[in-house]
Design a protein around this ligand. Structure first.
Ligand code: HEC
Length: 275
């Protein structure tokens, strides 16, 4: 009887442990903020072991974003090391100010009076993936559209009225809000049809569409560029995240084995009591 009770406890403990593990990975990590006029944010799944993606992201960031946004809690040398870019190649290609040393913080390349240019100082982005969520960033950077009423001729569905210009416009092309005829859905979930069997459609607006031939990249290439960029921002927000997650699995594994061993030991000791 005693033994069965212990086994049950052990079983519940293991299940509980696995549940915690699954939850902390899935539910809490997916911290997407609300994407306003866009609706649900697009889902983003980071891959911090994909060093090539992180390297491409770093390069895009430094070329297109670093001019306005610092990463003031990171150091150049650490990024080069974590991303496994040899320091000489890194400094040659990605660090434009030659007085910078590996131990320096990435304090940005923006002059002090920059706030006046945009009305808002471009925020530091070291921790942006932590407070906005990676889903939010991934969606935000792909949700610019043409809007002539705005200062830079663009607006954003995720961040309406943003003070940030669409710095990737030449790559993505001119994205517009368009209207489309979409099938009406009946209450049973199927498409509504008229007597002659033709689908009944309704005009709906607010879809994003890039004007063909205006961008240097195709939609897939642009999405993948933003994927790499967002992946890099997730890395920068917590440089040890990949290591932490890897060690986490070892620790859980260790605990499982340790629990099994100690339960065997417990049984062994208990043999003496039950005599
Ligand atoms: C010309 C300067 C400029 C450049 C270049 C620029 N940004 Fe911005 N960015 C801004 C400004 C200004 C804001 C603040 C917008 C606001 O709050 O209205 C901003 C806001 C943001 C935000 C929202 C941060 C927050 O806390 O709300 C993100 C994310 C962001 N930028 C990412 C990027 C990325 C990624 C790039 C490179 C592709 C980039 N930015 C390039 C000026 C810039």
């Amino acid at each position: 009887m005693m033994l069965r009770l212990i086994n049950l406890k052990f079983f519940v403990f293991v299940i509980f442990f696995i549940l915690i593990l699954v939850c902390s990975n899935k539910t809490f990590a997916a911290e997407g903020g609300p994407c306003k006029d866009y609706g649900e944010c697009d889902k983003f799944k980071y891959s911090l072991n994909d060093l090539e993606s992180l390297q491409r992201g770093a390069s895009t960031y430094i070329n297109y974003c670093y001019g306005c946004h610092s990463l003031q809690y990171s150091r150049w040398g650490r990024v080069a090391k974590d991303l496994e870019i040899p320091e000489d190649i890194f400094f040659e290609n990605l660090v434009f100010d030659k007085s910078i040393k590996p131990g320096d913080l990435m304090t940005g390349a923006m002059p002090e009076d920059a706030a006046n240019w945009f009305g808002v100082t471009p925020p530091d982005l070291t921790l942006v993936s932590r407070y906005k969520g990676d889903d939010w960033i991934y969606t935000y950077l792909r949700a610019y559209y043409e809007d002539s009423s705005k200062q830079y001729g663009v607006n954003n569905l995720v961040y309406p009225g943003t003070a940030m210009p669409n710095v990737l416009l030449s790559l993505q092309g001119n994205q517009k809000l368009v209207c489309k005829d979409i099938p009406e859905i009946a209450s049973n979930g199927g498409e509504k049809r008229d007597e002659s069997g033709k689908t009944i459609t309704k005009e709906k607006c607010g879809f994003l569409e890039v004007e063909e031939g205006t961008g240097q990249l195709s939609k897939e290439e642009f999405d993948s560029l933003i994927y790499d960029l967002t992946n890099f921002l997730v890395y920068i927000g917590e440089p040890s995240k990949a290591t932490r997650e890897r060690i986490g699995w070892y620790v859980v594994f260790y605990f499982l084995i340790f629990t099994a061993l100690s339960s065997l030991l417990y049984r062994e000791y208990h043999k003496d009591y039950n005599k």
